[in-house]
Design a protein around this ligand. Sequence first.
Ligand SMILES: [Cu+2]
Length: 157
Amino acid sequence: MPLMSLTPHPSLPRLAKRWCSTFLLLIATTGTMAAAELEVSEARLRLLPGDLPAAGYFTLTNTSEKGVTLTGADSPAFGNVMMHRSVNQDGVTRMEPVAQLELAAGEQVEFAPGGYHLMLMKRARPLVVGDDVEVNLHFAGNQRQRVTFRAVAPTAQ
Ligand SMILES: [Cu+2]
């Protein structure tokens, strides 16, 4: 019996294809905006007990000279992040999904209780008040900006 048997080589085209898609993925996830173009302040994450979703609040200012479109967010600390808006209709407050939010040059938008908010679901790890949580804001044109949110108490505004 031969000690070494001839095993088929892994197909080169397949390897090349796999490498290419990895490479493309890297390009797609490293597109970050110049920090000067967008300002995020008061980024906070309001924790609720148990598995209840957390709410993300912040103020976003478009300091660039052209419009930007916020399209969503993700976070390594949560399985699912959605962009919502609370609306009051006939005395009843309900939430509706927000697909995207356009900010003209110089415009500022506030994510705050009673209005726009990020809804962060499926906590990937336990979080306590005072924790720093990374959140990536997504913008049209495959741009993203990493923001550190501070975890705050359920009663915080
Ligand atoms: Cu919500």
